[in-house]
Design a protein around this ligand. Structure first.
Ligand SMILES: [Fe+2]
Length: 178
């Protein structure tokens, strides 16, 4: 049970997350104010793509730090039945949302996330993509309840969704793939 206090450090977040259930995650996400300094030990960048860095993973949730270089973006994707909160810690992201209508993807939102902006997504809300708009790097914390190992991503050239395995770029502050 989370009492609703402000979460002003990564350590505090890691302490509170195991106590959360159900609605607690919604409340917790609204009280985040995490200094960029706390996230730096988990930050690794790649020239190829944005990176997914595992901060902590349990059976119930997964906390990832996504590191974005200028111009990097996700494909349009689903969340495999899970819930996802995005907390922008540094920089600027653009989020585009879509729903499927008669076999076509229809854009429903196109929003700039600026500092401390929070986003929430699940499959009922449709699909989304994220794009780093910052002239430089951006950092975002992603909380998945529960963890996600694969999702559907939209392949523009094939005009259809395909399943994709989701890998970590680093875990326990060490690079695991490249
Ligand atoms: Fe997502």
């Amino acid at each position: 049970m989370y009492s609703g206090e402000n979460i002003e450090s990564l350590n505090k977040l890691l302490e509170v997350l195991p106590q959360c259930e159900g609605e607690d995650y919604y409340k917790l996400a609204k009280h985040l104010s995490i200094p960029v300094e706390d996230l730096k030990p988990y930050a690794f960048w790649s020239d190829e793509t944005y990176t997914r860095n595992c901060v902590v993973r349990t059976d119930k949730y997964e906390l990832l730090l996504l590191c974005w270089q200028e111009g990097q973006e996700t494909p349009i994707h689903c969340h495999n039945g899970e819930e996802c909160w995005v907390y922008l810690a540094k920089g600027q992201l653009r989020e585009k949302r879509y729903v499927e209508k008669q076999g076509d993807l229809k854009l429903t939102a196109d929003v700039k996330m600026t500092q401390d902006r929070l986003s929430y997504m699940n499959d009922e809300l449709g699909y989304h993509s994220l794009h780093n708009l910052n002239k430089g790097t951006s950092l975002s914390l992603h909380l998945y309840v529960g963890p996600i190992d694969e999702c559907s991503v939209y392949k523009e050239e094939k005009d259809k969704f395909v399943f994709k395995d989701l890998d970590y770029y680093s875990k326990n502050k060490k690079i695991v793939s490249n």
